[in-house]
Every structure is written in structure tokens, then in C-alpha cells.
Write a protein that binds this ligand. Sequence first.
Ligand code: ADP
Length: 341
Amino acid sequence: VLEERVADHSDGFDRIFKAFETTGGKITDLAGIGHRVVHGGDRLTAPTLVDDATIKAIAEQAPLAPLHNPPNLLGIRIAMASFPDTPQVAVFDTAFHQTMPPRAWRYALPRDLADELRIRRYGFHGTSHAYVARKAAEHLGRPAAELNLITLHLGNGASVAAVAGGRCIDTSMGLTPLEGLVMGTRSGDLDPAVVFYLHREAGLSVDDIDDLLNKRSGMLGLAGANDMREVERRAAAGDAAAAEALEVYCYRIRKYVGAYTTALGRLDALVFTAGIGENSDGVRAGVCQGLEHLGVRLNPNRNRARSSRPRTVSADDSPVAVLVVPTNEELEIAQQTLAVI
Ligand code: ADP
């Protein structure tokens, strides 16, 4: 791991290529290059070999993800220029969620307007949800097709997915990654009228509100820190705002678990992943507390034990298995890339 300042994407790539050479890796051996692309919209629904048409299609999704798709394309262009003969594959964060039925993805807006502007729920973190759902089935030793799972990706960004038989049927992020759970700096679910109220009463512009809800809300807005370790330290030291922020954070997740258990009809396992899901036994305990009536029973000692491997943290007699499954989006992208090639 090298931590250095890089001027831009092109400079970053140059350093990666040099690092390959200095560690003895033969960069000419590359079978392919996999790119994470945040927004595939409703057209790019599977890992796709990059050609002119793919580049055009990714560019067309840019209004839906203005902060992400243009830099993703920049990375693709630089990699193509450096490795013109190596196949490049785009893997979309939205793809796994394209199996959602219309009742889950449709907003109750005028149909013509929503269809024209492609305003609907897309969902994100799909690569991670897909990876941990498959790993959870492996860990349980059961075919994914038989399992109903709720996967909780709790990192700086956070989302939850309901996965029935290996297919996503609902997820908490929407048109953009702002909807759903409380996150590091994003508010998650809000009454949309808060936006009008902030505009009319506080005189904030649309851009101000965009910035407020995406970058200054969530745990940062509630507790003054977006790093969950710091929030937990403050709560343990008696900081009331931090303690309340943790309650808001865990309660929001519990509401989604209740809703998605209903959507699934039967829940076999609750799967925690990403920085907070993998590392914070306090958040896991806070989420599971109050879910006993759904058949969720944690084993406190297993929950506290640290490991980097997939593991069960529920009690032996828990009707719903609670698992911690470390995510690995890079590996999933590499495997999907290889499958396309
Ligand atoms: P990203 O969405 O940026 O990929 P990560 O999945 O790396 O995020 O998760 C980052 C979050 O994980 C941060 O809020 C960080 O505080 C939290 N985190 C990492 N380690 C721990 C830990 N030991 N206890 C609690 N939270 C942790």
C-alpha cells in the first residue's frame, strides 16, 4: 500500500503501472481490466465489454450520477489508451438491482414525466450486495436459490437489499445514493418537503441543499463526526448527541429489516458487511436489539469476536442466521470481468 499525492487520474494510473513493474508483476500478462461504474441506469444491466457504444451509453447516464460517471469514463479512457489490446469491462453498481419488480422501483410520480426523465429507484452497492449474498449462501452451505437474505452494506455510504433466491427484490437507495439509511454524511430518507422548506424558509439554493443533504447530514450532521469509531467513542464518553445519533442510525436499519422481511415473506439470514457492518459489534447489537420477534437472536460473544472471515454471530437456536461477511468489490469486479472476457 502506497499513500501519495497524485495529480490526476492519468498520473495515478502511471504510478500503478510502475508499481506493477517494480514488484516484478508483468503487466503484459493482464487478461482484462474491470472498471467499477456507478450508474448504469436501466439500460446497462450486466457487466459489459467496453466499446464505443458502451462509452456512449455510460456518458448518457451522467446526468443521473454527475459526480461519478464522468470520472469513471476518464479512468476507462486512460486504461484504454495505455492498454489498447486488453479487453476492458464495465461493471455497474446498479446492475444487481435491476431484478426489482416495478412495485419496488417505481416512485408514485406522474408516469409520463417519470418515464421520460427515467426517474425511478435504481439502487447502488450492487456489486457488494451480490458478492456477500453469494458468500453468505456458501457459508451456510445452502444453494443461493433457496435462501431469502437481507444484506446490510454499512460503510460511509450505506444501503440494504432484500435478496430472494439470489435476486434483488428491493433496496434502500433510489434514483441516487441519497435515499434510505442514515449514512456518514447523507441524510437518507426524508420528507421531500424538507427541501422546499429549506429553500423557502432558510433561503438555501438547490445546490446548497444538495450539498447539505449529501455532505453535511447523516452522522456528521447528527453527531459532529462521520467516522463511526469516533461517534462510538463520543457516545461511550457520555456525549448525548452521539448516543442519539447511534439510536437513529440503528432504528432506521431496523425499520428496513422489518419492511424487507415482509417483502421476502420469510427471512433466513441477515448479513452485515462493509466498514461498519464488518467491524462494529455495537452497531450490529444495536440493529438486532428489538428484532427478536422476527427470529433474530445474536450470540454476544460471537458478535464481539473479531475476524476477517465470513462468520455466524447469531445464537445456535436463532431461527434467522446473523452473518458477518467481509465484502470484496474488487474481487467481484475481477471475476465478473473474467466471465465477460
Ligand atoms: P466506503 O463506503 O468509503 O467504502 P467503508 O466500507 O470502508 O466505506 O467503511 C467506512 C466506515 O467504516 C467508516 O465510518 C469507519 O468509521 C467505519 N469503521 C471502520 N472500522 C471500524 C470499527 N472498528 N468500528 C466501527 N466502525 C468502523
